[in-house]
Design a protein around this ligand. Structure first.
Ligand code: 5AD
Length: 451
């Protein structure tokens, strides 16, 4: 049985795409290898959002090829995903031993290409064209119904692409225009997952709040995205719904109301703010102001006071002054994010920001990055410490990733809780008393109710 090793870089969307490709390959009789050295085919699923992610995948491929040449393994190599899409043929020119470059609308053709490579009927394939309907092809799941993490919580891809064209971002060029699956199709997939024991579903896409804008549209004051959440909410046996990644402009009153009224939609919201300066937000083409952003958070907190708010921030966007940066620091202090992913601006090919004046020196970016991390840490640590003494509902996902002797679950607000339990708790909703906290993890005791 030929084997394929898949390594994934980047976001949850990439993880999900790799999972679907692995499931597709297994259905065609391939084994999924866990060792890159012995696999017949090695696929790297790449990320283009920052330069570092691209360099990592290119270096990795160079190492793999060097090893294969030395040991004469005869292995086949492929790139897939965002960097494959944006660089195409160039990757084969740079690394001539690469056999396959598979774009973001072609994941469903992976098995076909792998088969042809192994049969020797094709080589040096670059398959990166657009393909109508590709958004509906990421459906296969890997879990086999055993009580592992996957049997509890699953990601479901609802759309692909992004039309927002933020000036720093390569995604619209690597993932294409927004394309959404139908509500019916998504609900069928979710229901089949729940029938196999899944308790939590995360609706996934590059800009989920724009789901179905053109294909479905609003009805009774509800966006297509809220209509989808309501439809998934109806599924019996499903406990929790999450989504990622949204855009702040998509948090209209209909979505706020959904948080208030739909108990399965948990108190967790990721709102990538990118900057606290209106001048930067405009240059970034974000489509909101700082005031609008803080208003959305206030509305969310009005309906769900404990909501866990996460964000993404870029420091060192071209032209960012010390005063602009200070506005970002002050926004972090004002909002107090539960978790903030802080990125150093990375110039991306063909994006408008790459040609903007006043690109900042790396030292300035590094220094601001460290300062903002410190400000964000302060809020996060306080939020985690404040959990001590509270009782929280967790969904148990499985053994702790940090300590296999313990179990772990997640609160509705998306904080990980480690506790003494056993695998029979996997998939259960448990109430735990929070007894300890670090800046990223909570520790809990399952509550024994004296009724
Ligand atoms: N440089 C740095 N960070 C970026 N992101 C997107 N593009 C860039 C870039 N060119 C960040 C944004 C986005 C997250 C997924 O990655 O913060 O929300």
């Amino acid at each position: 049985m030929p084997s394929v090793y898949i390594k994934t870089y980047g976001c949850q969307m990439n993880e999900r795409d790799s999972e679907a490709v692995a499931a597709q390959l297994m259905a065609k009789g391939y084994a999924i290898a866990d060792d890159e050295k012995v696999a017949d085919v090695v696929l790297l699923n790449t990320c283009s959002v920052r330069d570092m992610a691209e360099q990592k995948a290119i270096n990795k491929m160079g190492d793999l090829i060097g090893n294969a040449r030395k040991r004469k393994t005869g292995q086949k190599f492929g790139f897939m995903g965002c960097m494959a899409q944006s660089r195409g043929q160039e990757l084969i020119e740079r690394l001539p031993d690469v056999d396959l470059v598979l774009g973001t609308q072609k994941f469903h053709r992976a098995a076909e290409h792998v088969e042809a490579l192994l049969a020797g009927t094709s080589s040096k394939v670059v398959d990166t064209a657009e393909e109508a309907g590709s958004e509906a092809t990421i459906k296969e799941h890997l879990f086999d119904g055993t009580a592992d993490r996957h049997a509890v919580t699953c990601f479901v891809s609802i759309m692909q692409g992004c039309n927002q064209y933020c000036t720093f971002c390569i995604v619209p060029y690597t993932r294409g225009r927004e394309r959404s699956r139908s509500i019916e199709d998504i609900v069928v997939e979710c229901r089949s997952l729940v029938d196999r024991g899944v308790k939590e579903i995360t609706l996934l896409g590059q800009i989920v709040t724009s789901y179905g804008k053109r294909e479905i549209g609003s009805r009774d004051g509800k966006s297509a995205f809220v209509q989808l959440i309501e439809a998934v909410h109806e599924i019996d046996g499903l406990d929790r719904i999450r989504f990622t990644s949204p855009h702040p402009k998509g948090y209209g009153d209909d979505l706020i109301k959904a948080f208030a009224e739909l108990p399965k939609l948990v108190e967790s919201a990721h709102l990538p703010v990118q900057s606290g300066s209106d001048r930067m937000l405009k240059l970034m083409h974000r489509g909101y102001t700082r005031a609008r952003f803080t208003e959305i958070i206030a509305k969310l907190r009005a309906v769900k006071p404990d909501i866990g708010v996460g964000t993404d921030i870029i420091v060192g966007f071209p032209g960012e002054t010390e005063a602009d940066f200070e506005e970002t620091v002050s926004l972090c202090r004002e909002i107090r994010f539960q978790n903030a992913f802080i990125f150093k601006y990375s110039q991306r090919k063909d994006t408008p920001a790459a040609d903007m004046p006043d690109q900042l020196p790396q030292e300035v970016i590094e220094e601001r990055h460290a300062r903002l991390l410190a400000a964000a840490d302060e809020a996060r640590i306080e939020i985690y410490q404040n959990e001590i003494g509270r009782r929280r509902e967790i969904l148990v996902e499985g053994p702790s990733r940090k300590n296999a002797a313990k179990m772990e679950g997640r609160t509705r607000c998306n904080k990980i809780v480690v506790f003494d339990g056993s695998s029979r708790h996997t998939g259960q909703l448990l109430d735990v008393n929070i007894t300890g906290a670090t800046g990223t993890t909570l520790y809990g005791d399952p509550a024994i109710l004296n009724l």
